[in-house]
Design a protein around this ligand. Structure first.
Ligand SMILES: Cc1ncc(COP(=O)(O)O)c(C=O)c1O
Length: 372
């Protein structure tokens, strides 16, 4: 039996009739942009995040750009972030003319290491942008403390973290702003592109709302250069359905992670960690091994998909060559980039398939020649 890396069809298949009805409802309503479903989704996500105002936008990348823009991040500013993330995180900073300053990660949770942040702060630093990578919350208490001491803003990139928590607080309510992606493979998916900005207060939300609509609050007076970046009604209508399932889906992911551990994966690969106080929601299940590429190839021969995230850390990407980083500068991120492998993970993976993956890993690792 083949095992895919993800299986979004298994998530929306059983909901197909409900989704079809929601889409038909939007078509019948004739309201396609910024209608009741967007407002409803914003209110429902806000209710999960302590009442913080939420603003739907076109995708998670725009959410980052608009959040940074709402903090007036621009040319000459620096934003401290992680090198071990999807490119959009760093791209958003650069898109505004600011400089991403890459800070190495904690080997246990793959997220930015708070102990290394302070050394990266300069007079130009405007914000810290942690990413809750793979569904595990960054260590937010020390990050917030450092930010407060230096007068910096904190933006959470929560694209991969919807439904996770850190010290009892949901991801998305841990910074000044947070950004969400509804890309179809995310824990809370859409059926296309979509995103959201979560704001600490109404003043920031008003600015974000204005930015998403061409810098205008009323479509008559244009106060600043903004964006045309709106979540559309069709997406919002469907995401509202998925929102009622996301916690159960995350439970399924956690059960799959537990099944990997119970089946003995830890004998063959380093397992992902869960820091005390964190609810990991396993957007991706990242295991580590020195011969990760051989394992990936061996699993493929068994019909089991796996994938590398993120093979080249951001500080070594060609687009940031002018920043002058060299291999070896951020050794933990570089080690993860060369050793981490995403194994199949989705809410319906189940214990049997997890065990199937583990026995294939065992067989493949048995075949990996000893190094040295
Ligand atoms: C960590 C991270 N940040 C930002 C994004 C950008 O989100 P989107 O694809 O919705 O623009 C993604 C996902 O694609 C992501 O994984």
């Amino acid at each position: 039996m083949s095992v895919p890396l993800m299986d979004i069809g298994a998530q929306y298949g059983p909901l197909r009739a409900e989704i079809d009805a929601a889409i038909a409802g939007v078509l019948d309503s004739g309201r396609f942009i910024l209608g009741p479903h967007v407002a409803g989704l914003e209110a429902e996500i806000s209710a999960r995040l302590g009442g913080r105002p939420c603003v739907g936008v076109a995708n998670g990348t725009d959410a980052l750009v608009i959040a940074l823009n709402a903090l007036d991040v621009g040319p000459g500013d620096e934003v401290i972030t992680t090198p071990y993330t999807f490119y959009a995180t760093a791209e958003a900073i650069a898109r505004l003319g600011a400089t991403p300053v890459f800070c190495d990660i904690d080997p246990d949770d793959f997220c930015i290491d708070p102990d290394l942040i302070e050394a990266r702060i300069t007079g130009r630093t405007k914000a810290i942008l942690p990413v809750h990578i793979f569904g595990h919350a960054a260590n937010m208490a020390p990050i917030r403390e450092i930010a407060a001491r230096h007068g910096l803003a904190v933006i959470e990139d929560a694209a991969q973290g919807f439904g996770g928590t850190c010290d009892g607080t949901p991801i998305g309510a841990l910074g000044d702003l947070a950004t969400i992606s509804f890309f179809p493979t995310k824990n809370l998916p859409g059926i296309g592109d979509g995103g959201m900005v979560v704001c600490r207060d109404e003043a920031l939300a008003a600015r974000v709302r204005r930015l998403r609509f061409h810098g205008s609050a009323d479509k008559v007076v244009f106060e600043e250069v903004g964006y045309n970046s709106r979540l559309d009604e069709l997406q919002a209508a469907v995401i509202r359905i998925f929102l009622t399932h996301v916690d159960g889906w995350n439970d399924g992911r956690r059960a799959a992670a537990a099944a990997y551990a119970a089946a003995g994966l830890g004998e063959f690969m380093e397992l992902p960690d869960e820091r005390a106080g964190v609810r990991h929601i396993y957007h991706l299940y990242m295991a580590r091994h020195d011969d990760r590429d051989a394992i990936s190839a061996g699993l493929a021969a068994h019909g089991i998909s796996s994938a590398v995230y993120y093979g080249i850390p951001m500080h070594l990407q060609p687009v940031f060559a002018h920043l002058g980083y060299r291999p070896g500068d951020l050794p933990i991120a570089e080690a993860c980039a060369s050793r981490a492998l995403a194994l199949p993970m989705h809410p319906h993976l189940g214990a049997d398939r997890a065990a199937q993956v583990v026995s294939a890993v065992a067989e493949v690792v048995g075949q990996v020649p000893a190094r040295g």
